[in-house]
Design a protein around this ligand. Structure first.
Ligand SMILES: [Zn+2]
Length: 215
């Protein structure tokens, strides 16, 4: 798998682009865009420059800094679709629940074309995916595993050396910590985690040294 990570927007949320590795003669490859938070034109340009066509947009959760570019990208890529949990889709279309009202740019994301449930396997961009529910930062949040758990797009659940806030509406700190522990224990120690903010890390490193998981 090949990944590109683009920090976008004022809050520097990570937009990740995932695709198969290009091989000579493979031409334009489909890709999955995870959490297109802002700067649709930049995301679009980087995808095109890498020889990628957007097949699917995935949202880990509904907070506005992770979805602000959804509508524009779906306009630019009319064949692409949007998928997330049903709860995330509901919250994403509400400017209070997606926090955009309080961030000063009220927006209502369009509804997802497809809902994904906890434990669901699906294929996209020639890759195998699995969704795992990790609530506690926000109800309905999904972590997306790719390639049998070798890679995990963790949204605002676990970061390198930190975890997501649990003081937003619907947040629950103990639930978040329990879900992260369960997730990381299920992954190979060298699984690469791509969080919604900050640098990539590894499952084993966070289990061993993340101070928020120590208790
Ligand atoms: Zn968030």
């Amino acid at each position: 798998m090949r990944t590109l990570t683009l920090p976008v927007g004022e809050l520097g949320a990570n937009c990740h682009i995932a695709s198969r590795e290009a091989i000579p003669g493979s031409g334009i490859l489909p890709c999955v865009v995870i959490d297109p938070g802002a700067e649709a034109e930049k995301i679009d340009a980087e995808a095109r420059k890498a020889g990628l066509a957007v097949e699917l947009l995935l949202l880990t959760h509904s907070h506005a800094d992770h979805l602000g570019a959804v509508d524009r990208l779906l306009d630019l890529w009319p064949a692409a679709s949007l998928a997330c949990s049903a709860e995330t889709s509901r919250r994403a279309s509400d400017s209070r629940l997606n926090l955009s009202l309080y961030l000063g740019f009220p927006l209502a994301c369009r509804p997802a074309g497809r809902f994904i449930g906890d434990g669901e396997n699906f294929a996209a961009a020639g890759l195998e995916w699995r969704a795992i529910a990790v609530p506690g930062h926000e109800p309905g949040e999904l972590v997306y595993l790719a390639e049998g758990g070798k890679y995990a797009f963790t949204g605002d659940t676990v970061f390198a050396g930190s975890i997501g806030r649990s003081d937003f509406p619907g947040g629950d700190g103990p639930l978040l910590v329990a879900g992260i522990r369960r997730l990381l224990a299920s992954l190979p120690p060298d699984a690469v985690l791509f969080p919604g903010h900050g640098p990539a890390t590894r499952a084993g490193d966070e289990l061993a040294a993340n101070p928020y998981l120590a208790l």
